[in-house]
Ligand binder design. Structure first.
Ligand SMILES: C[S@@+](CC[C@H](N)C(=O)[O-])C[C@H]1O[C@@H](n2cnc3c(N)ncnc32)[C@H](O)[C@@H]1O
Length: 245
C-alpha cells in the first residue's frame, strides 16, 4: 500500500513538481465514487446556471499568486480564476472526481491561452503534502462540510498559507434559524449517506476563527433556490495573521 501511494505522489510531482512532503508515509487516499461524481456533475450543472457560477466568480476575484484549492471536485471553479492567479494546485481525494477534473483542466488549457498553470494532486485537506507557507491563497468551496476532520483541514490550510495569505471560503453551514438548525441535526445522518459524506449544519465560521484566521471581507449568504437546510452559506475571505500583503 505504502509503495503505491508513494508512486502516485511521484507521478504528480513529476508532472507539476509541486509536492514537497510526499513520501511513503504520506496519506493514501483510495476513494473512488463514480456514481457520486456523475450525480454531482449533473446536479451542479443546474445549480451553476441557477446562480452558483456567479458566486464562484465573485469569490475568486480575491485570488492571486499561487493558489491551493481544497477538494476541487469536478473543477467547477476553474473557469473563474482571474488573471492575478499564476498557478492553481488543485487537490482532491476522490479518483472519480479527479478524472473529471483532469479532463476539464485539459480542455480549458487547450482553449484558453491565458489560463493559469494547473497541477492536480490526489490528497485530503487534513494531510496536505506541501511545504509550510508555500501558498498565497487557499480556496475552499462546498468542501468543509465533507472533510472528516474539519479542525485538521483548517490547521493544514493555516500551515501552508504564507503569513498574510488569504483563505477564500464559500461553504454551507449551521443555520442561524433555530428551527432549520434542528432539522439540520435531525437529517445529518441520512443526508450524509445520500450526499457523498456531506455533514449538514457544521459551524464553519466559528471553526475558521477558532483555527486562528482573521475575518476579512465575510458575508453570510442566503442561497436560493435550494432546501432550507442548505441555504445559509459563509462567503468571503479570511486572513492568516502576519505580514500585510
Ligand atoms: C460537494 S463536492 C464540492 C466540489 C468542489 N469544491 C465544488 O465547489 O464544486 C465536495 C468535494 O469534497 C471532496 N472531499 C471529501 N472529503 C475530503 C477531504 N477530506 N479533503 C478534501 N476534499 C474532500 C469530495 O471528494 C468532493 O469532491
Amino acid at each position: 500500500m505504502a509503495r503505491k501511494s508513494s508512486s502516485r505522489f511521484a507521478i504528480a510531482a513529476s508532472r507539476g513538481d509541486e509536492l514537497t512532503r510526499g513520501t511513503a508515509s504520506s496519506p493514501r487516499p483510495r476513494r473512488s465514487r463514480p456514481v457520486f461524481a456523475a450525480a454531482y456533475s449533473l446536479v451542479s450543472s443546474l445549480a451553476e446556471r441557477a446562480g452558483l457560477a456567479k458566486i464562484r466568480r465573485r469569490l475568486l476575484l480575491g485570488a492571486r499568486g499561487r493558489v491551493l484549492e481544497l477538494g476541487a471536485g469536478t473543477g467547477l471553479n476553474l473557469a473563474h480564476y482571474p488573471p492575478t492567479v499564476r498557478t492553481v494546485v488543485a487537490t482532491e481525494p476522490d479518483a472519480a472526481m479527479i478524472r473529471r477534473l483532469r479532463s476539464r483542466v485539459a480542455s480549458k488549457t487547450r482553449s484558453d491561452a491565458g489560463f493559469p498553470r494547473w497541477v492536480v494532486v490526489q490528497a485530503e485537506a487534513e494531510r496536505l503534502p506541501f511545504a509550510s507557507e508555500s501558498f498565497d491563497c487557499v480556496v475552499t468551496t462546498l468542501v468543509l462540510c465533507s472533510v472528516a476532520d474539519l479542525k485538521a483541514a483548517l490547521s493544514e490550510s493555516m500551515r501552508v498559507l504564507k503569513p498574510g495569505g488569504r483563505l477564500l471560503v464559500f461553504e454551507h453551514q449551521l443555520s442561524a434559524n433555530r428551527r432549520v438548525a434542528r432539522w439540520q441535526r435531525r437529517l445529518r445522518g441520512p443526508w450524509r449517506a445520500v450526499a457523498g459524506g456531506c455533514n449538514l449544519g457544521r459551524a464553519i465560521e466559528k471553526a475558521i476563527v477558532d483555527a486562528g484566521f482573521e475575518p476579512g471581507d465575510v458575508d453570510v449568504l442566503d442561497v436560493r433556490p435550494t432546501l432550507p437546510i442548505l441555504r445559509e452559506h459563509v462567503f468571503g475571505s479570511y486572513l492568516k495573521p502576519g505580514d500585510d500583503r
